[in-house]
Design a protein around this ligand. Sequence first.
Ligand code: ATP
Length: 236
Amino acid sequence: MPPAIEIRDLRKSYGDVQALSGVDLDVPEGSFFGLLGPNGAGKTTFINVLVGLVRKSGGTARVFGHDVEDDYREARDKIGLAPQEFNVDRFFPIREVLEHKAGYHGVPKSEARERADEVLKRVGIYDKRDTRFDWLSGGMKRRFMLARALITEPDLLILDEPTAGVDVQLRHELWETITDLNDHGTTILLTTHYIEEAERLCDEVAILDSGRVVDVASPDELMDRGTDRITVSLRD
Ligand code: ATP
């Protein structure tokens, strides 16, 4: 069985800037995996390569055995992404946005509404189904980003700072939802700036610094080893 994510010598440059300079990483299927690192470490670039938003400069990246560029469709169909940015169609009711996305991914119309309702209930904003994205509160927007990532029933859920800027209560609610998904078999890759979040949720954490993986360990091991690595991850 191939790992959920298999990365070898992955490189990405933007002109003179080396965002990723030889990343090797395996994320086992079913794991809850954290990616930590300071601003500019390369976390978003790493994710963008996985989902086909940027082209790598070298190396290989596979998702459940599918090369993210050569087998783009197969790899992409396995992934649900909740990006940091709210890149959402703002003018339609959120249920319609979800139905549309499901349709785009080949879900028959008759099933699309049912699926949209199911994910809206799952993240706790079903009562807002007829509201447009613009009119949701910041916390509800974060919940919606998760719902949108789930609409394709992904095997790998990628969450780029999913709780950035949300209050403590919502953060805990989101943690519960995400943990439940992982308990039911979804592999999760999470980037975060909150060490508490990594400790609470992740089985394993990779520390990315200046485009390289400088450590992979359980959150407890990182704590036991001292705070150097953690400090690197939080150096903003
Ligand atoms: P943050 O925690 O702030 O989101 P990050 O770890 O996600 O940071 P990236 O956004 O991947 O880091 O950026 C890695 C490096 O690549 C940075 O030096 C950044 O300035 C640079 N970079 C990212 N995108 C581009 C781009 N489109 N063009 C040029 N440079 C870029």
